[in-house]
Ligand binder design. Structure first.
Ligand code: 5GP
Ligand code: 5GP
Ligand code: 5GP
Length: 217
Protein backbone atom coordinates (compact mmCIF):
# COMPACT_ATOMS: atom_id res chain seq x y z
CA UNK A 1 0.00 0.00 0.00
CA UNK A 2 1.30 3.38 -0.96
CA UNK A 3 1.46 5.91 1.82
CA UNK A 4 0.87 9.32 0.36
CA UNK A 5 1.64 12.27 2.54
CA UNK A 6 -0.93 15.01 2.91
CA UNK A 7 0.48 18.39 2.39
CA UNK A 8 -2.35 20.19 4.19
CA UNK A 9 -4.25 19.89 7.47
CA UNK A 10 -7.92 20.43 6.61
CA UNK A 11 -10.23 22.04 4.07
CA UNK A 12 -12.31 25.16 4.28
CA UNK A 13 -15.60 24.55 2.51
CA UNK A 14 -16.78 28.02 1.59
CA UNK A 15 -20.25 28.95 0.43
CA UNK A 16 -21.38 32.44 -0.51
CA UNK A 17 -24.68 34.26 -0.38
CA UNK A 18 -25.34 35.53 -3.94
CA UNK A 19 -27.39 38.47 -2.67
CA UNK A 20 -24.30 39.76 -0.84
CA UNK A 21 -21.98 39.22 -3.80
CA UNK A 22 -24.36 41.12 -6.07
CA UNK A 23 -25.45 44.11 -3.97
CA UNK A 24 -21.94 45.53 -3.59
CA UNK A 25 -20.50 48.50 -5.45
CA UNK A 26 -18.87 46.03 -7.81
CA UNK A 27 -22.21 44.40 -8.65
CA UNK A 28 -22.35 41.01 -10.38
CA UNK A 29 -23.29 39.24 -13.60
CA UNK A 30 -25.43 36.15 -13.86
CA UNK A 31 -23.84 33.24 -15.72
CA UNK A 32 -24.99 32.34 -19.22
CA UNK A 33 -26.58 29.25 -17.73
CA UNK A 34 -29.15 31.46 -16.02
CA UNK A 35 -29.94 33.28 -12.83
CA UNK A 36 -28.76 31.29 -9.81
CA UNK A 37 -31.25 30.07 -7.27
CA UNK A 38 -31.91 31.98 -4.11
CA UNK A 39 -29.60 29.73 -2.10
CA UNK A 40 -26.03 29.60 -0.88
CA UNK A 41 -23.66 28.68 -3.67
CA UNK A 42 -20.24 27.06 -3.53
CA UNK A 43 -17.17 29.28 -3.68
CA UNK A 44 -14.62 26.60 -3.09
CA UNK A 45 -13.04 23.75 -1.18
CA UNK A 46 -9.71 25.07 0.01
CA UNK A 47 -6.83 23.07 1.51
CA UNK A 48 -5.48 24.88 4.55
CA UNK A 49 -2.86 24.64 7.27
CA UNK A 50 -3.83 24.83 10.90
CA UNK A 51 -1.68 27.90 11.42
CA UNK A 52 -4.07 29.75 9.09
CA UNK A 53 -1.81 29.81 6.05
CA UNK A 54 -2.53 27.81 2.93
CA UNK A 55 -0.89 26.29 -0.12
CA UNK A 56 -1.96 27.36 -3.61
CA UNK A 57 -1.30 26.49 -7.25
CA UNK A 58 0.40 23.25 -6.29
CA UNK A 59 0.61 21.54 -9.68
CA UNK A 60 0.89 23.62 -12.83
CA UNK A 61 0.97 20.41 -14.89
CA UNK A 62 -2.49 19.32 -13.78
CA UNK A 63 -4.82 21.38 -15.92
CA UNK A 64 -8.56 21.68 -15.44
CA UNK A 65 -10.16 18.99 -17.61
CA UNK A 66 -13.86 19.37 -18.20
CA UNK A 67 -14.11 15.87 -19.65
CA UNK A 68 -13.22 14.40 -16.24
CA UNK A 69 -16.27 15.98 -14.63
CA UNK A 70 -18.83 15.85 -17.45
CA UNK A 71 -21.23 13.89 -15.24
CA UNK A 72 -21.08 16.66 -12.59
CA UNK A 73 -21.45 19.84 -14.63
CA UNK A 74 -25.23 19.98 -14.54
CA UNK A 75 -25.15 19.86 -10.75
CA UNK A 76 -22.30 22.35 -10.71
CA UNK A 77 -24.22 24.85 -12.81
CA UNK A 78 -26.86 24.92 -10.10
CA UNK A 79 -24.60 24.75 -7.05
CA UNK A 80 -21.36 26.41 -8.16
CA UNK A 81 -22.31 29.29 -10.45
CA UNK A 82 -19.92 32.10 -11.26
CA UNK A 83 -21.35 35.53 -10.51
CA UNK A 84 -18.38 37.62 -11.56
CA UNK A 85 -18.57 40.00 -14.49
CA UNK A 86 -18.63 39.64 -17.40
CA UNK A 87 -21.14 36.78 -17.63
CA UNK A 88 -19.45 33.46 -18.14
CA UNK A 89 -20.24 29.82 -18.57
CA UNK A 90 -18.72 29.15 -15.11
CA UNK A 91 -15.74 27.30 -16.57
CA UNK A 92 -13.21 30.00 -15.77
CA UNK A 93 -14.30 30.00 -12.13
CA UNK A 94 -14.16 26.21 -11.84
CA UNK A 95 -10.77 25.99 -13.50
CA UNK A 96 -9.48 28.82 -11.27
CA UNK A 97 -10.66 26.92 -8.18
CA UNK A 98 -9.08 23.68 -9.42
CA UNK A 99 -5.77 25.27 -10.32
CA UNK A 100 -5.44 27.42 -7.21
CA UNK A 101 -6.89 25.06 -4.58
CA UNK A 102 -7.79 21.65 -5.99
CA UNK A 103 -4.26 20.89 -7.13
CA UNK A 104 -3.14 21.18 -3.51
CA UNK A 105 -5.25 18.20 -2.42
CA UNK A 106 -4.38 15.94 -5.36
CA UNK A 107 -2.67 13.50 -3.00
CA UNK A 108 -6.16 12.71 -1.65
CA UNK A 109 -8.69 13.69 -4.30
CA UNK A 110 -8.44 13.58 -8.06
CA UNK A 111 -10.30 16.17 -10.09
CA UNK A 112 -13.55 14.26 -10.20
CA UNK A 113 -13.41 13.42 -6.51
CA UNK A 114 -12.57 17.02 -5.65
CA UNK A 115 -15.59 18.57 -7.34
CA UNK A 116 -17.88 15.76 -6.22
CA UNK A 117 -16.73 16.21 -2.61
CA UNK A 118 -17.77 19.86 -2.70
CA UNK A 119 -21.17 19.06 -4.20
CA UNK A 120 -21.77 16.38 -1.59
CA UNK A 121 -20.78 18.66 1.28
CA UNK A 122 -23.27 21.27 0.13
CA UNK A 123 -26.02 18.69 -0.07
CA UNK A 124 -25.18 17.33 3.36
CA UNK A 125 -25.75 20.63 5.16
CA UNK A 126 -28.57 22.86 3.94
CA UNK A 127 -27.38 26.17 5.37
CA UNK A 128 -30.34 28.22 4.16
CA UNK A 129 -32.79 25.77 5.70
CA UNK A 130 -30.87 25.79 8.96
CA UNK A 131 -31.00 29.57 9.14
CA UNK A 132 -34.64 29.78 8.13
CA UNK A 133 -35.56 27.26 10.81
CA UNK A 134 -33.94 29.57 13.32
CA UNK A 135 -35.99 32.50 12.02
CA UNK A 136 -33.06 34.00 10.10
CA UNK A 137 -34.31 34.83 6.61
CA UNK A 138 -32.79 36.52 3.56
CA UNK A 139 -35.14 39.48 3.76
CA UNK A 140 -32.87 42.47 4.17
CA UNK A 141 -33.28 42.50 7.95
CA UNK A 142 -30.44 42.55 10.47
CA UNK A 143 -29.54 39.63 12.71
CA UNK A 144 -26.97 39.22 15.41
CA UNK A 145 -23.82 37.49 14.22
CA UNK A 146 -24.09 35.32 17.30
CA UNK A 147 -27.56 34.04 16.40
CA UNK A 148 -26.29 33.00 12.96
CA UNK A 149 -23.24 31.24 14.36
CA UNK A 150 -25.31 29.49 17.00
CA UNK A 151 -27.97 28.26 14.57
CA UNK A 152 -25.31 26.61 12.41
CA UNK A 153 -23.41 25.28 15.40
CA UNK A 154 -26.54 23.68 16.84
CA UNK A 155 -27.50 22.08 13.54
CA UNK A 156 -24.05 20.81 12.51
CA UNK A 157 -22.27 20.42 15.82
CA UNK A 158 -19.50 22.75 14.71
CA UNK A 159 -18.85 26.48 14.81
CA UNK A 160 -18.74 28.04 11.35
CA UNK A 161 -16.65 30.99 10.25
CA UNK A 162 -18.76 33.89 9.05
CA UNK A 163 -17.30 36.43 6.63
CA UNK A 164 -18.96 39.74 5.90
CA UNK A 165 -18.70 42.27 3.14
CA UNK A 166 -20.33 45.65 2.68
CA UNK A 167 -23.31 46.62 0.54
CA UNK A 168 -23.68 49.86 -1.40
CA UNK A 169 -25.04 51.63 1.67
CA UNK A 170 -22.14 50.52 3.83
CA UNK A 171 -24.00 47.84 5.79
CA UNK A 172 -22.06 44.85 7.09
CA UNK A 173 -23.73 41.77 5.61
CA UNK A 174 -23.55 37.98 5.61
CA UNK A 175 -21.26 37.12 2.69
CA UNK A 176 -19.56 33.75 3.12
CA UNK A 177 -19.86 30.81 5.48
CA UNK A 178 -16.75 28.72 6.17
CA UNK A 179 -17.04 25.16 7.40
CA UNK A 180 -14.04 22.97 8.13
CA UNK A 181 -13.72 19.53 6.60
CA UNK A 182 -11.29 16.68 7.27
CA UNK A 183 -8.63 15.79 4.70
CA UNK A 184 -10.83 13.12 3.15
CA UNK A 185 -13.13 15.91 2.01
CA UNK A 186 -16.22 14.32 3.48
CA UNK A 187 -16.63 15.07 7.18
CA UNK A 188 -17.28 18.41 8.80
CA UNK A 189 -14.97 19.02 11.74
CA UNK A 190 -14.34 21.73 14.33
CA UNK A 191 -12.23 24.44 12.72
CA UNK A 192 -8.54 24.37 13.76
CA UNK A 193 -8.48 28.07 12.94
CA UNK A 194 -11.26 30.43 11.92
CA UNK A 195 -10.98 33.15 9.30
CA UNK A 196 -10.18 36.63 10.56
CA UNK A 197 -13.27 38.37 11.92
CA UNK A 198 -14.87 40.71 9.41
CA UNK A 199 -18.45 41.16 10.65
CA UNK A 200 -20.10 43.73 12.86
CA UNK A 201 -22.06 42.25 15.77
CA UNK A 202 -25.31 42.81 13.86
CA UNK A 203 -25.37 42.03 10.15
CA UNK A 204 -27.75 42.20 7.25
CA UNK A 205 -29.03 39.14 5.43
CA UNK A 206 -30.00 40.66 2.09
CA UNK A 207 -32.58 39.15 -0.20
CA UNK A 208 -31.60 37.75 -3.58
CA UNK A 209 -34.28 38.08 -6.17
CA UNK A 210 -34.48 37.79 -9.90
CA UNK A 211 -33.89 40.98 -11.72
CA UNK A 212 -32.73 42.49 -14.98
CA UNK A 213 -29.20 43.61 -15.65
CA UNK A 214 -29.92 46.83 -13.79
CA UNK A 215 -28.79 46.02 -10.28
CA UNK A 216 -28.48 49.63 -9.23
CA UNK A 217 -31.49 49.60 -6.96
P1 5GP B 1 -10.36 37.33 -0.08
O1 5GP B 1 -9.14 38.17 0.05
O2 5GP B 1 -11.32 37.84 -1.10
O3 5GP B 1 -10.97 36.91 1.21
O4 5GP B 1 -9.82 35.97 -0.69
C1 5GP B 1 -9.28 35.92 -1.98
C2 5GP B 1 -8.91 34.50 -2.29
O5 5GP B 1 -7.84 34.04 -1.46
C3 5GP B 1 -10.01 33.48 -2.05
O6 5GP B 1 -10.86 33.39 -3.15
C4 5GP B 1 -9.25 32.23 -1.83
O7 5GP B 1 -8.83 31.70 -3.07
C5 5GP B 1 -8.03 32.71 -1.10
N1 5GP B 1 -8.21 32.65 0.37
C6 5GP B 1 -8.57 33.68 1.19
N2 5GP B 1 -8.57 33.27 2.47
C7 5GP B 1 -8.20 31.96 2.46
C8 5GP B 1 -8.00 31.01 3.49
O8 5GP B 1 -8.14 31.27 4.69
N3 5GP B 1 -7.63 29.77 3.08
C9 5GP B 1 -7.45 29.44 1.79
N4 5GP B 1 -7.08 28.18 1.49
N5 5GP B 1 -7.61 30.33 0.80
C10 5GP B 1 -7.98 31.58 1.13
P1 5GP C 1 -10.59 32.78 -5.04
O1 5GP C 1 -9.25 33.09 -5.61
O2 5GP C 1 -11.04 33.83 -4.13
O3 5GP C 1 -10.82 31.37 -4.69
O4 5GP C 1 -11.63 32.94 -6.26
C1 5GP C 1 -12.06 34.15 -6.69
C2 5GP C 1 -11.65 34.32 -8.13
O5 5GP C 1 -12.58 33.67 -8.99
C3 5GP C 1 -11.65 35.77 -8.52
O6 5GP C 1 -10.61 35.95 -9.39
C4 5GP C 1 -12.94 35.99 -9.22
O7 5GP C 1 -12.85 36.96 -10.21
C5 5GP C 1 -13.22 34.64 -9.82
N1 5GP C 1 -14.64 34.38 -9.80
C6 5GP C 1 -15.38 34.03 -10.87
N2 5GP C 1 -16.65 33.87 -10.51
C7 5GP C 1 -16.73 34.12 -9.19
C8 5GP C 1 -17.80 34.12 -8.26
O8 5GP C 1 -18.95 33.87 -8.59
N3 5GP C 1 -17.50 34.40 -6.98
C9 5GP C 1 -16.24 34.68 -6.59
N4 5GP C 1 -16.01 34.95 -5.31
N5 5GP C 1 -15.20 34.72 -7.44
C10 5GP C 1 -15.44 34.44 -8.73
P1 5GP D 1 -10.26 37.95 -8.18
O1 5GP D 1 -9.03 38.74 -8.40
O2 5GP D 1 -9.92 36.87 -7.29
O3 5GP D 1 -10.94 37.84 -9.46
O4 5GP D 1 -11.30 38.83 -7.38
C1 5GP D 1 -10.93 39.72 -6.38
C2 5GP D 1 -12.11 40.00 -5.48
O5 5GP D 1 -13.18 40.63 -6.21
C3 5GP D 1 -12.71 38.73 -4.90
O6 5GP D 1 -13.09 38.99 -3.57
C4 5GP D 1 -13.90 38.44 -5.77
O7 5GP D 1 -14.87 37.77 -5.02
C5 5GP D 1 -14.34 39.84 -6.16
N1 5GP D 1 -14.96 39.91 -7.49
C6 5GP D 1 -14.39 39.56 -8.67
N2 5GP D 1 -15.26 39.79 -9.68
C7 5GP D 1 -16.39 40.31 -9.11
C8 5GP D 1 -17.64 40.74 -9.63
O8 5GP D 1 -17.93 40.71 -10.82
N3 5GP D 1 -18.55 41.21 -8.71
C9 5GP D 1 -18.26 41.26 -7.39
N4 5GP D 1 -19.21 41.75 -6.57
N5 5GP D 1 -17.11 40.87 -6.89
C10 5GP D 1 -16.19 40.39 -7.73
Amino acid sequence: VLCVSQDFDFFYFVQLWPGSFCDTKQSCCYPKTGKPESDFSIHGLWPNYKDGSYPSNCDPDSGFDLSEISDLTTRMQGSWPSLACPSSDNMKFWSHEWNKHGTCSESVLNQHEYFEAALNLQKKVDLLQILKSAGIQPNGRFYSLKSIEEAIEEATGHTPGIQCNVDRSGNSQLYQIYQCVDVSGSNIIECPVLPRRSCKSTIEFPSFRGQTTDLSL
